[in-house]
Design a binder for this molecule. Structure first.
Ligand code: ADP
Length: 301
Protein backbone atom coordinates (compact mmCIF):
# COMPACT_ATOMS: atom_id res chain seq x y z
CA UNK A 1 0.00 0.00 0.00
CA UNK A 2 1.33 3.50 -0.77
CA UNK A 3 2.72 5.51 2.14
CA UNK A 4 1.20 8.75 3.43
CA UNK A 5 3.97 11.34 4.01
CA UNK A 6 2.84 14.14 6.33
CA UNK A 7 4.95 17.29 6.51
CA UNK A 8 3.85 19.63 9.27
CA UNK A 9 3.79 21.00 12.77
CA UNK A 10 3.89 19.49 16.23
CA UNK A 11 3.28 21.37 19.47
CA UNK A 12 2.72 20.90 23.14
CA UNK A 13 -0.65 22.43 24.04
CA UNK A 14 -0.98 23.80 27.59
CA UNK A 15 -4.62 24.47 28.42
CA UNK A 16 -6.13 26.11 31.49
CA UNK A 17 -9.88 26.19 32.09
CA UNK A 18 -11.12 29.54 33.38
CA UNK A 19 -14.50 30.91 34.41
CA UNK A 20 -13.79 34.05 32.39
CA UNK A 21 -10.85 35.41 30.40
CA UNK A 22 -8.59 37.80 32.34
CA UNK A 23 -8.65 41.45 31.32
CA UNK A 24 -5.29 42.85 30.16
CA UNK A 25 -3.00 43.09 33.19
CA UNK A 26 -5.23 40.87 35.34
CA UNK A 27 -4.74 37.35 36.67
CA UNK A 28 -7.49 34.79 37.09
CA UNK A 29 -7.32 31.44 38.85
CA UNK A 30 -7.96 28.50 36.56
CA UNK A 31 -10.14 25.51 37.35
CA UNK A 32 -8.19 22.81 35.53
CA UNK A 33 -5.01 22.20 33.54
CA UNK A 34 -4.06 19.82 30.73
CA UNK A 35 -0.93 19.24 28.74
CA UNK A 36 -1.34 17.50 25.38
CA UNK A 37 0.50 17.07 22.10
CA UNK A 38 -1.07 18.75 19.09
CA UNK A 39 -0.29 20.71 15.96
CA UNK A 40 -2.07 20.12 12.67
CA UNK A 41 0.79 18.01 11.31
CA UNK A 42 0.89 15.71 14.35
CA UNK A 43 -2.90 15.38 14.45
CA UNK A 44 -3.20 14.59 10.74
CA UNK A 45 -0.33 12.09 10.80
CA UNK A 46 -1.91 10.32 13.79
CA UNK A 47 -5.33 10.43 12.12
CA UNK A 48 -4.02 8.77 8.95
CA UNK A 49 -2.26 6.12 11.02
CA UNK A 50 -5.35 5.34 13.12
CA UNK A 51 -7.43 5.15 9.97
CA UNK A 52 -5.09 2.40 8.75
CA UNK A 53 -2.39 4.07 6.64
CA UNK A 54 1.36 3.55 6.62
CA UNK A 55 2.61 7.01 7.69
CA UNK A 56 5.91 8.90 7.64
CA UNK A 57 5.68 12.11 9.69
CA UNK A 58 8.21 14.86 9.02
CA UNK A 59 8.36 17.57 11.70
CA UNK A 60 10.87 19.53 13.77
CA UNK A 61 10.97 19.95 17.55
CA UNK A 62 13.50 21.56 19.88
CA UNK A 63 16.19 19.82 21.90
CA UNK A 64 14.10 20.39 25.03
CA UNK A 65 11.75 18.52 27.38
CA UNK A 66 8.74 19.46 25.23
CA UNK A 67 10.48 17.86 22.23
CA UNK A 68 10.91 14.65 24.25
CA UNK A 69 7.25 14.74 25.19
CA UNK A 70 6.18 15.16 21.56
CA UNK A 71 8.35 12.24 20.43
CA UNK A 72 7.08 10.04 23.26
CA UNK A 73 3.41 10.85 22.67
CA UNK A 74 3.66 10.36 18.91
CA UNK A 75 5.41 7.05 19.48
CA UNK A 76 2.48 6.00 21.69
CA UNK A 77 0.17 7.09 18.87
CA UNK A 78 1.99 4.64 16.59
CA UNK A 79 4.19 7.08 14.65
CA UNK A 80 7.88 6.22 14.16
CA UNK A 81 10.16 9.10 15.24
CA UNK A 82 12.64 8.66 12.33
CA UNK A 83 11.75 12.03 10.78
CA UNK A 84 11.02 13.98 13.95
CA UNK A 85 14.01 16.30 13.59
CA UNK A 86 15.57 18.13 16.57
CA UNK A 87 16.55 21.77 16.23
CA UNK A 88 19.50 22.77 18.45
CA UNK A 89 18.55 26.47 18.59
CA UNK A 90 14.77 26.79 18.60
CA UNK A 91 12.47 25.54 21.30
CA UNK A 92 9.65 23.14 20.52
CA UNK A 93 6.37 24.65 19.37
CA UNK A 94 3.96 25.39 22.20
CA UNK A 95 0.39 26.64 22.32
CA UNK A 96 -0.97 28.42 25.41
CA UNK A 97 -4.72 27.96 25.52
CA UNK A 98 -7.35 29.48 27.81
CA UNK A 99 -10.70 27.72 27.62
CA UNK A 100 -13.72 29.53 29.06
CA UNK A 101 -16.63 27.59 30.54
CA UNK A 102 -18.72 28.72 27.58
CA UNK A 103 -16.36 26.74 25.30
CA UNK A 104 -14.74 29.86 23.82
CA UNK A 105 -10.95 29.85 23.73
CA UNK A 106 -7.99 32.18 23.39
CA UNK A 107 -4.79 30.73 21.96
CA UNK A 108 -1.24 32.03 21.59
CA UNK A 109 1.24 29.86 19.69
CA UNK A 110 5.04 30.07 19.78
CA UNK A 111 5.87 27.99 16.69
CA UNK A 112 9.51 27.36 17.70
CA UNK A 113 11.00 24.45 15.76
CA UNK A 114 8.05 24.35 13.35
CA UNK A 115 9.28 27.60 11.80
CA UNK A 116 12.77 26.12 11.53
CA UNK A 117 11.67 23.19 9.33
CA UNK A 118 13.50 23.97 6.09
CA UNK A 119 13.05 23.00 2.45
CA UNK A 120 16.34 21.13 2.76
CA UNK A 121 15.02 19.06 5.71
CA UNK A 122 11.97 18.17 3.70
CA UNK A 123 13.88 17.26 0.54
CA UNK A 124 15.99 14.90 2.58
CA UNK A 125 12.97 13.25 4.20
CA UNK A 126 10.95 12.99 1.00
CA UNK A 127 13.77 11.46 -1.03
CA UNK A 128 12.27 8.08 -0.04
CA UNK A 129 8.92 8.94 -1.56
CA UNK A 130 7.78 6.72 -4.38
CA UNK A 131 5.40 7.08 -7.30
CA UNK A 132 1.82 6.67 -6.04
CA UNK A 133 2.57 7.74 -2.45
CA UNK A 134 0.51 10.50 -0.82
CA UNK A 135 1.79 13.80 0.53
CA UNK A 136 -0.22 15.77 3.08
CA UNK A 137 0.88 19.31 4.03
CA UNK A 138 -0.59 22.19 6.12
CA UNK A 139 0.58 25.78 6.64
CA UNK A 140 1.88 25.75 10.24
CA UNK A 141 5.39 25.43 8.75
CA UNK A 142 7.01 28.15 6.56
CA UNK A 143 5.25 28.55 3.22
CA UNK A 144 8.57 28.05 1.38
CA UNK A 145 8.92 24.67 3.12
CA UNK A 146 5.35 23.66 2.28
CA UNK A 147 5.91 24.69 -1.34
CA UNK A 148 9.17 22.75 -1.56
CA UNK A 149 7.39 19.68 -0.19
CA UNK A 150 4.61 19.97 -2.76
CA UNK A 151 7.15 20.43 -5.57
CA UNK A 152 9.03 17.36 -4.45
CA UNK A 153 5.82 15.37 -4.11
CA UNK A 154 4.81 16.29 -7.64
CA UNK A 155 8.26 15.51 -9.03
CA UNK A 156 8.16 12.04 -7.43
CA UNK A 157 4.70 11.21 -8.73
CA UNK A 158 2.84 11.50 -5.41
CA UNK A 159 -0.73 12.72 -4.99
CA UNK A 160 -0.41 16.04 -3.17
CA UNK A 161 -2.94 17.24 -0.58
CA UNK A 162 -2.83 20.69 1.01
CA UNK A 163 -4.89 21.71 4.03
CA UNK A 164 -4.40 25.51 3.77
CA UNK A 165 -4.63 26.16 7.51
CA UNK A 166 -4.12 28.63 8.99
CA UNK A 167 -5.34 30.51 5.92
CA UNK A 168 -2.86 32.69 4.10
CA UNK A 169 -2.64 34.07 0.57
CA UNK A 170 -1.47 31.40 -1.87
CA UNK A 171 -0.03 32.05 -5.33
CA UNK A 172 -1.27 30.20 -8.41
CA UNK A 173 2.21 28.68 -8.53
CA UNK A 174 1.55 26.96 -5.19
CA UNK A 175 -2.04 26.00 -6.03
CA UNK A 176 -0.95 24.32 -9.27
CA UNK A 177 1.18 21.92 -7.19
CA UNK A 178 -1.92 20.71 -5.32
CA UNK A 179 -4.02 17.74 -6.40
CA UNK A 180 -6.50 17.94 -3.53
CA UNK A 181 -7.03 21.18 -1.58
CA UNK A 182 -8.97 20.81 1.70
CA UNK A 183 -9.92 24.17 3.23
CA UNK A 184 -12.69 24.58 5.79
CA UNK A 185 -15.37 27.14 5.04
CA UNK A 186 -13.47 30.04 6.64
CA UNK A 187 -10.29 29.21 4.78
CA UNK A 188 -12.07 28.73 1.43
CA UNK A 189 -13.70 32.13 1.63
CA UNK A 190 -10.53 33.83 2.97
CA UNK A 191 -8.46 32.40 0.09
CA UNK A 192 -10.82 33.73 -2.55
CA UNK A 193 -12.73 36.74 -1.16
CA UNK A 194 -15.94 34.85 -2.12
CA UNK A 195 -18.62 34.78 0.57
CA UNK A 196 -20.44 31.84 -0.99
CA UNK A 197 -18.73 28.52 -0.37
CA UNK A 198 -19.58 26.98 -3.77
CA UNK A 199 -18.27 30.08 -5.53
CA UNK A 200 -15.10 29.88 -3.42
CA UNK A 201 -14.60 26.20 -4.33
CA UNK A 202 -15.09 26.99 -8.03
CA UNK A 203 -12.67 29.93 -7.83
CA UNK A 204 -9.97 27.74 -6.25
CA UNK A 205 -10.60 25.02 -8.83
CA UNK A 206 -10.24 27.60 -11.61
CA UNK A 207 -6.83 28.61 -10.23
CA UNK A 208 -5.35 25.20 -11.06
CA UNK A 209 -6.20 22.83 -8.19
CA UNK A 210 -7.46 19.48 -9.56
CA UNK A 211 -9.91 18.87 -6.73
CA UNK A 212 -11.25 21.10 -3.95
CA UNK A 213 -12.96 19.65 -0.87
CA UNK A 214 -14.44 22.22 1.49
CA UNK A 215 -15.26 20.88 4.96
CA UNK A 216 -18.42 22.40 6.37
CA UNK A 217 -18.50 21.24 10.00
CA UNK A 218 -21.93 19.91 10.92
CA UNK A 219 -23.03 20.58 7.33
CA UNK A 220 -20.68 17.86 6.01
CA UNK A 221 -18.43 18.61 3.05
CA UNK A 222 -18.45 19.73 -0.55
CA UNK A 223 -16.45 18.24 -3.41
CA UNK A 224 -15.64 20.39 -6.44
CA UNK A 225 -13.91 18.82 -9.43
CA UNK A 226 -14.16 18.81 -13.20
CA UNK A 227 -17.34 16.72 -13.09
CA UNK A 228 -19.08 19.37 -10.98
CA UNK A 229 -20.03 19.97 -7.37
CA UNK A 230 -21.21 17.26 -5.02
CA UNK A 231 -22.26 17.73 -1.37
CA UNK A 232 -22.34 15.10 1.37
CA UNK A 233 -24.17 15.60 4.64
CA UNK A 234 -22.50 15.14 8.03
CA UNK A 235 -23.21 12.18 10.29
CA UNK A 236 -25.76 13.17 12.94
CA UNK A 237 -23.61 12.73 16.05
CA UNK A 238 -23.61 14.29 19.50
CA UNK A 239 -20.63 16.66 19.18
CA UNK A 240 -18.91 17.62 22.45
CA UNK A 241 -15.67 19.18 21.12
CA UNK A 242 -15.00 19.84 17.43
CA UNK A 243 -11.25 20.40 17.89
CA UNK A 244 -9.32 18.24 15.45
CA UNK A 245 -12.32 17.34 13.24
CA UNK A 246 -10.67 18.91 10.20
CA UNK A 247 -7.39 17.13 10.99
CA UNK A 248 -9.18 13.79 11.29
CA UNK A 249 -10.90 14.45 7.97
CA UNK A 250 -7.61 15.24 6.17
CA UNK A 251 -5.75 12.25 7.65
CA UNK A 252 -8.56 9.81 6.86
CA UNK A 253 -8.96 11.18 3.34
CA UNK A 254 -5.24 10.62 2.67
CA UNK A 255 -5.62 7.09 4.05
CA UNK A 256 -8.55 6.37 1.73
CA UNK A 257 -6.65 7.62 -1.31
CA UNK A 258 -3.64 5.50 -0.28
CA UNK A 259 -5.98 2.50 -0.28
CA UNK A 260 -6.70 3.28 -3.92
CA UNK A 261 -10.32 4.27 -3.18
CA UNK A 262 -12.11 6.86 -5.29
CA UNK A 263 -12.28 10.43 -4.10
CA UNK A 264 -15.97 10.01 -3.25
CA UNK A 265 -15.39 6.89 -1.17
CA UNK A 266 -12.39 8.45 0.58
CA UNK A 267 -14.47 11.53 1.35
CA UNK A 268 -17.25 9.43 2.90
CA UNK A 269 -14.64 7.71 5.07
CA UNK A 270 -13.16 11.10 6.07
CA UNK A 271 -16.63 12.47 6.83
CA UNK A 272 -17.19 9.64 9.31
CA UNK A 273 -13.73 10.15 10.86
CA UNK A 274 -14.42 13.88 11.33
CA UNK A 275 -17.77 13.21 12.96
CA UNK A 276 -16.34 10.66 15.40
CA UNK A 277 -13.60 13.09 16.47
CA UNK A 278 -16.22 15.60 17.64
CA UNK A 279 -17.68 13.04 20.05
CA UNK A 280 -14.69 13.10 22.44
CA UNK A 281 -12.75 16.00 23.99
CA UNK A 282 -9.32 16.91 22.60
CA UNK A 283 -7.81 16.19 19.22
CA UNK A 284 -5.15 13.46 19.31
CA UNK A 285 -7.03 11.48 21.96
CA UNK A 286 -10.31 11.78 20.06
CA UNK A 287 -9.13 10.35 16.71
CA UNK A 288 -11.10 7.26 15.70
CA UNK A 289 -9.70 3.88 14.70
CA UNK A 290 -10.35 2.40 11.28
CA UNK A 291 -12.87 -0.04 12.80
CA UNK A 292 -14.81 2.80 14.46
CA UNK A 293 -14.94 4.72 11.18
CA UNK A 294 -16.14 1.69 9.21
CA UNK A 295 -18.73 0.89 11.90
CA UNK A 296 -20.21 4.40 11.72
CA UNK A 297 -20.27 4.14 7.92
CA UNK A 298 -22.12 0.83 8.08
CA UNK A 299 -24.72 2.42 10.38
CA UNK A 300 -25.84 4.73 7.57
CA UNK A 301 -27.23 3.15 4.41
P1 ADP B 1 -12.16 22.36 10.92
O1 ADP B 1 -11.96 21.56 12.18
O2 ADP B 1 -10.92 22.42 10.07
O3 ADP B 1 -12.80 23.70 11.11
P2 ADP B 1 -14.75 21.32 10.08
O4 ADP B 1 -15.34 21.95 11.28
O5 ADP B 1 -15.27 21.72 8.74
O6 ADP B 1 -13.16 21.49 10.02
O7 ADP B 1 -14.92 19.74 10.26
C1 ADP B 1 -14.29 18.80 9.42
C2 ADP B 1 -15.20 17.65 9.15
O8 ADP B 1 -15.54 16.98 10.39
C3 ADP B 1 -16.55 18.04 8.53
O9 ADP B 1 -16.44 18.12 7.11
C4 ADP B 1 -17.42 16.86 8.98
O10 ADP B 1 -17.13 15.73 8.16
C5 ADP B 1 -16.89 16.57 10.39
N1 ADP B 1 -17.63 17.34 11.41
C6 ADP B 1 -17.26 18.50 12.00
N2 ADP B 1 -18.18 18.93 12.89
C7 ADP B 1 -19.18 18.00 12.88
C8 ADP B 1 -20.42 17.85 13.59
N3 ADP B 1 -20.83 18.75 14.48
N4 ADP B 1 -21.17 16.75 13.31
C9 ADP B 1 -20.77 15.83 12.40
N5 ADP B 1 -19.62 15.92 11.70
C10 ADP B 1 -18.82 16.98 11.93
Amino acid sequence: MPTVFVVGSSNVDYSVMVDRFPDPGATVLGTGFSQTVGGKGANQAAAAHRAGAEVVFVTKVGADAQGEMIIQRLREAGLAPNWILRDPIHESGVALILVERTGRNQIAVAPGGNQALTAQDVRHALSHMQHGDLLLVQLEVPLATAQAALQMGKARGATTILNPAPAQALSDEVLRLVDVLIPNETEATALTDCTDVEAAARALFARGVSTVIVTLGEQGALLCERAGIHRISAYPVHAVDTTGAGDAFCGALACGLAEGWTLERSMEFANAAGALTTMKPGALDALPTREEILRLQRSRP
